[in-house]
Design a protein around this ligand. Structure first.
Ligand SMILES: CC(=O)[C@@H](O)[C@H](O)COP(=O)(O)O
Ligand SMILES: NCC(=O)COP(=O)(O)O
Length: 242
């Protein structure tokens, strides 16, 4: 079983800033507090519409954090140019719809293999580690291998939205996908919609390398402070591994 890492997604610190067009709260400040509290990495999603994170955040974070920056991006020429300029540690390629409230599904790697393979190659040539954000689906995992990305991030959104028997079924899909991906040599991350009450079954999956968690941590920080919110989440994750 590998060590389990926590990537803290700070998109919604920026959501609060953009709501009023102020210069606070500052995402860099949030990233540094998260690192002090035990975050192993910082994740941001630069959306096409710049609804939360904006370009300067990505540049500043890459210059200031001391863990690893995970840059979530749609597979567009605009985002590829930014990634190749910033050179984050990781790029996670995600699907994006302008009108969506949040990321709705995984990237269809199998359905656009040439495009994704070429993006992976360009990022790898710049020494950026690429992760593909996919649904827990064997055909998509096979396509990731064909695309040449070393990491996947399994979309846990459906698991997070369901309950009871349906959630148990989703958990099983994620467990099977993690096992299959790992047998193919991929490093397995997961994320989306994870919170303090649903994280442990996902954290307990032995193949998991990193969980990326944002909304729930930022929401809890309103009441308990960001340091405690990150530390509590990390503790829950590590507890699930014992
Ligand atoms: C790709 C993914 O699952 C999320 O991390 C993504 O960042 C969601 O975007 P929002 O933060 O805009 O909801
Ligand atoms: N890739 C998932 C992520 O970064 C965080 O998603 P969420 O916890 O904000 O739903």
């Amino acid at each position: 079983m590998s060590a389990l890492h926590l990537g803290v997604n700070i998109d919604h610190v920026a959501t609060l800033r953009q709501a009023r067009g102020t210069n606070y709260p500052e995402p860099v400040h949030a990233a540094l507090v998260a690192e002090q509290a035990g975050a192993d990495g910082i994740t941001v999603h630069l959306r096409e519409d710049r609804r939360h994170i904006v370009d300067r955040d990505v540049y500043l974070l890459s210059q200031t954090i001391s863990t690893r920056l995970n840059f979530e991006m749609a597979v567009t020429e605009e985002m590829l140019a930014i990634a190749l300029d910033v050179k984050p540690h990781f790029c996670c390629l995600v699907p994006e719809k302008r009108e969506e409230l949040t990321t709705e599904g995984g990237l269809d790697v199998a359905g656009q293999l040439d495009k994704i393979r070429s993006a992976c190659q360009r990022l790898a040539d710049a020494n950026i580690l690429v992760s593909l954000f996919i649904d827990p689906d064997q055909a998509q995992i096979d396509a990731v291998v064909a695309a040449g990305a070393p990491y996947i991030e399994l979309h846990t959104g459906r698991y997070a939205e369901t309950s009871g028997a349906q959630q148990a079924q989703e958990l099983e899909r994620i467990q099977q996908a993690a096992r299959y991906a790992s047998s193919k040599g991929l490093i397995v991350n997961a994320g989306h919609g994870l919170h303090y009450h649903n994280v442990q079954p996902i954290a307990a999956i032995p193949e998991m390398y990193e969980l990326n968690i944002g909304h729930a941590i930022v929401a809890r920080a309103v009441f308990s402070g960001l340091h405690a919110a990150v530390a509590d989440m990390k503790q829950l994750m590590l507890q699930a591994r014992r």
